[in-house]
Design a protein around this ligand. Structure first.
Ligand code: AMP
Ligand code: ZN
Length: 477
């Protein structure tokens, strides 16, 4: 069966039909880097990753682009509050996103364009819209999109908002719009923007691009005039994506996106995430509390991306147990089962059934909870079969079962995290080795003060040294 996904525009689950298969041009709205992304953002980004891996698994060749929003109201406010230039403020947040994405095993995207690096293209885009009568300049030097000149506005969200709106004035910032529905393409510079260096010259004076425009220009700039898939969280459907359609189709005259996919928002302990509730956990927050990347990833894919998902610490512990069962199955298949040419434990049939159910679940609108269910039926049946056979299986059926587990994990990415050497340990080991070498050199130089200081430094980190005839050995306390 072909891969089918819910399309928010046609409001149906329908086959993915890229314009030039096997290539699939995918754009996902990325993080606004005004802080470290939270676990909710990562529900969305892990769903992107599941789709990315499923596309590869199904033989497509995805070109996967996810932007970084590094100039908008929130990043400017954040930079001003921190007293830093915009870039200095956003850079560490962009790095934090990349680091947490790696922690959760998210495959690298093909491109992660940053809005501030494409402002010239955004200006050219606005000029095109102006030439086509779709943009107009306000007195303060801002430029707006003229929704009345784009009759199909509202198709995605059903939020056509036509009729009465007229020329009312909604807030001081936008008082010179012709129509309340019109949205900003170019924002004239304000004092706060100048303070943090968020200003660029343009034919309309100094200012900065509007957030909606950023995504149109970054996506089409990276992928061409039409995207096969556009992804984002459910909150972005209106007005962000509606506005993206208007700007993009207004400028190119072509279909902007063939298939729209929106992820449902994660809730935390039954509540909407919000700073005031203190429930916006980041990935390092959870790791610090002793939770593992594999368990976090398991939890985030335990519900299909369109279904409600409630993050709880109890749920996370349940996920940790699920991960342990998978690790134990891996160990059983790789280290504990005896291969005997004459044996037959029935593993091949179990693997075949599981793979078919697993693939069907993913094809059915990326149903990750059903895919996990297929994996756990596999786990149960393999364990039962090996119990029956006394832990003996035929060599080739054992290979088939191992391959099936590896194949399912290529999509789920759970064992991949649980079995990978702990990066923290690797970093720590490299650091300890370097310190031990420095101490050895200090001793050769008879610089006892430095040698003792290095030993103390290591003791502070819980590392115990033992000097032996073969050199210095170390261990953790
Ligand atoms: P932002 O950094 O706010 O621009 O959001 C980045 C991405 O995360 C967008 O696709 C949002 O829709 C998505 N997102 C924000 N909050 C949540 C949440 N609680 N659950 C799932 N996705 C979210
Ligand atoms: Zn976007």
């Amino acid at each position: 069966m072909a891969l089918r996904l819910y399309d928010s525009l046609s409001r149906t689950v329908r086959p993915l039909e890229p314009a030039q298969p096997p290539v699939v041009r995918v754009y996902g709205c990325g993080p606004t880097i005004y802080g470290r992304p939270h676990i909710g953002n990562f529900r969305t980004f892990v769903a992107y990753d599941l789709l990315h891996r499923t596309l590869i698994w199904r033989g497509f060749e995805p070109r996967f682009v996810v932007n970084l929003t590094d100039v908008d109201d929130k990043t400017i406010e954040g930079a001003a509050a921190a007293g830093k230039p915009l870039r200095e403020f956003t850079d560490p947040n962009g790095e934090a996103f990349a680091e947490d994405a790696r922690t959760l095993g998210i495959l690298p995207f093909d491109d992660t364009p940053r809005a501030t690096e494409h402002v010239d293209e955004m200006i050219a885009w606005i000029e095109r819209l102006e030439e086509r009568g779709l943009a107009y300049r306000a007195e303060d030097g801002s430029v707006y999109f003229r929704i009345a000149a784009f009759p199909s506005y509202g198709r995605l969200s059903g939020n056509r908002a036509d009729g009465e709106s007229g020329r009312s004035r909604i807030d001081a910032d936008e008082y010179d719009k012709d129509d309340v529905r019109d949205f900003v393409l170019w924002k004239a510079a304000r004092a706060a923007d100048r303070e943090v260096g968020a200003v660029w010259s343009s034919p309309w004076g100094e200012g900065r691009p509007g957030w909606h425009l950023e995504c149109s220009v970054l996506s089409l700039g990276a992928l061409g005039d039409t995207l096969d898939l556009h992804l984002g969280g459910e909150d972005l459907l209106f007005p962000h994506h509606e506005n993206e359609i208007a700007q993009s189709e207004g400028a190119t005259g072509r279909t902007f996106v063939r298939h729209w996919v929106h992820t449902r928002h994660l809730r935390v302990e039954g509540e909407k995430m919000s700073k005031s509730l203190g429930n916006t956990y980041s990935i390092p927050d959870l790791i610090e509390r002793g939770h593992t990347p594999a368990a976090i990833r398991h939890l985030l894919i335990s519900a299909q991306y369109r279904k409600e998902l409630n993050f709880t610490f109890e749920g996370l512990e349940g996920s940790a147990r699920a991960v342990q069962r998978l690790v134990a199955l891996h160990r059983r298949l790789h280290d504990e089962t005896v291969a005997d040419a004459d044996a037959e434990a029935g593993l091949a049939g179990i693997a075949e059934t599981a793979l078919a159910a697993f693939g069907a679940a993913l094809d059915d609108d990326l149903n990750s909870s059903e895919a996990l269910a297929a994996l756990f039926v596999f786990l149960r049946d393999v364990n039962a079969a090996l119990d029956r056979s006394g832990g003996v299986a035929g060599a080739s059926e054992l290979d088939v079962a191992r391959d099936a587990l590896a194949s399912m994990d290529r999509i789920l990415g759970i064992l991949e995290l649980a079995l990978a050497p702990d990066d923290l340990d690797d970093d720590l080991a490299a650091w300890v080795e370097e310190r031990i070498a420095a101490r050895a050199q200090a001793r050769v130089d008879r610089d006892w003060g430095t040698a003792d200081a290095i030993r103390d430094e290591l003791t502070d980190r819980g590392i115990v040294l033992e000097d032996t005839a073969q050199g210095t050995r170390w261990s953790r306390e």
